[in-house]
Design a protein around this ligand. Sequence first.
Ligand SMILES: NC(=O)c1ccc[n+]([C@@H]2O[C@H](COP(=O)([O-])OP(=O)(O)OC[C@H]3O[C@@H](n4cnc5c(N)ncnc54)[C@H](O)[C@@H]3O)[C@@H](O)[C@H]2O)c1
Length: 273
Amino acid sequence: MSSGDSDGSVRGGQESPSGADGRPLAGQVVVVTGGARAIGREIAVRIAAAGAAVAILDLENSEETIEAVRSRGAEAMALRADVSDPETVGQAMSTVAGLMGRIDGLVNNAGLYVSLERRPFWEIPAEEWDRVMAVNTRSVFICSAAVVPHMRQRSGGRIVNISSDVVTFGMPNLLHYVASKGAVSTMTRSMARELGPFGIGVNSVGPGLVTTEITEQTIPEVYRKEIAAEQCIAELIRPADVAATVAFLLSPAARMISGQTVLVNGGASMGGV
Ligand SMILES: NC(=O)c1ccc[n+]([C@@H]2O[C@H](COP(=O)([O-])OP(=O)(O)OC[C@H]3O[C@@H](n4cnc5c(N)ncnc54)[C@H](O)[C@@H]3O)[C@@H](O)[C@H]2O)c1
């Protein structure tokens, strides 16, 4: 792990007791994995606007996200870390807790999706299967396990795992991805059962196809519009739609919601995970 694009220092707004300034996440410290760009970036900015101090863990440079978070008056830090590596993640969470004083929330967002080649499952190399499982599924186990001691110390916390709505209706030519996200949704339920007694709520969010700066470049508009046309609300899904749901699930208003997968897909499919 290295502090890479950040010196690891905490700058920006002042910490305040939870909710003291009227914002739902005021006083909270939230770790967002994969926050350098796209959906993760939007989550970081949205929860900063709701009052949270934000720590980003990403393989890439997160400086742009950090600047966007600080421009909302929130504290921010970034660490370069591979979320599939337990040692790196353990060190990163300790660094966050040391510099920011606590960890109240974790958003397991980092994942491989847009870069994956679509192909029949019998043509997927086993090494690629393992890589997708490591980044999309094992990371959720590793990052969540690493924050549990910090959350237990404070007798509470919220974890939000980013899954996908493909777990409800399958998807051809991305079997490793679908399997990795199916595991995230089912892990969410078991983690919710294990962590509930410690005051920790765990949920997942399952977006449909989201129009990000990356999917805009890599997925043809005609295909994105075809997908949207199948939704009850036939509009393109934006990162902000996902981020707003994540912010809600991190907030005290969602106190009694745990073990759920909330689909943010315009009603394209309806639960049954
Ligand atoms: N984009 C969509 O349409 C869509 C739909 C449903 C679910 N999702 C899920 O939402 C999440 C974010 O998707 P996105 O489209 O914003 O992805 P993205 O590929 O644009 O961004 C992912 C981020 O994760 C980081 N990352 C990747 N591997 C990492 C690792 N090993 N360690 C640390 N950081 C790592 C990347 O550097 C990047 O910043 C993913 O879990 C994805 O599966 C996306």
